[in-house]
Design a protein around this ligand. Structure first.
Ligand SMILES: N[C@@H](CCC(=O)N[C@@H](CS)C(=O)NCC(=O)O)C(=O)O
Length: 219
């Protein structure tokens, strides 16, 4: 029985795991949770993805950062490329992990809390939404400031940090970050446009466009 990576096209966190499986041509079945809900829900009570399982060998992983590490260390056959992606010193490794964890926790949560009420995926409350905007702005400024003086998040080349944070920014660029937003955040935009062309993720991003409209609060 093969290893299965559970994902959903509706979700952000599985984007990079799916890209890594495809890029490394890993012997892993990519399964939409909606096509295998009974088995998925039985084995993953939180019903969150990405989730990785091999029911024969006992391989069982949740948590995006853990699955990123596992996929790269298992399926990238070039040790130099592994170091490039995950960092080649203790400090670089820690920085990559820092951005990766931040991307799928505080950053994505804040982005979702701001955008989902605008697109009808969460209830809208004006006060809560104003707070969500302030909280998101703090995070976005961290990235804008960092990318002002760095071409990439860590080191002088693409690492897992760039891939992971780009996938979280995708939620914004897809639904809310239009050209006006880009003018306010030129460094993030320059960096995002470069990372989405990287061979690790280019297939996923090839048919994705920056939104031309900004959703407005419900009246
Ligand atoms: N801590 C987990 C969170 C995973 C997670 O919340 N994934 C979202 C998709 S982006 C999900 O499955 N949401 C469905 C739910 O929570 O019911 C991780 O970092 O991987």
């Amino acid at each position: 029985m093969s290893t299965i990576l559970y994902y959903s096209p509706k979700y952000i966190r599985p984007i990079i795991p799916v890209c890594l499986v495809q890029y490394f041509n890993a012997d892993i079945q990519i399964v939409d949770i909606d096509d295998d809900m009974e088995n998925f829900a039985r084995d993953f009570p939180l019903q969150q993805c990405p989730s990785l399982i091999n029911r024969e060998t006992g391989l069982y992983l949740t948590e995006t950062v853990s699955i990123h590490q596992y996929l790269i260390k298992t399926f990238c056959k070039n040790p130099e490329e592994v170091k490039k992606l995950l960092g080649s010193t203790i400090l670089e490794e820690s920085e990559v992990l820092r951005w990766d964890a931040f991307s799928v926790s505080d950053f994505l949560n804040r982005e979702v809390n701001y955008i989902k009420p605008l697109i009808g995926m969460m209830p809208y409350n004006a006060d809560a939404h104003a707070t969500a905007k302030k909280q998101l702005d703090v995070v976005v400024k961290i990235f804008e400031d960092h990318l002002k003086s760095h071409q990439f998040l860590v080191s002088d080349h693409i690492t897992l940090a760039d891939l992971s944070v780009t996938s979280s920014f995708f939620f914004g660029f897809n639904f809310a970050y239009d050209e006006n937003w880009s003018q306010q955040y030129p460094n993030i935009t320059r960096w995002y446009k470069e990372i989405i062309k990287s061979p690790y993720v280019a297939k996923f991003f090839s048919d994705k466009q920056q939104t031309k409209t900004v959703p407005q609060p419900p009246k």
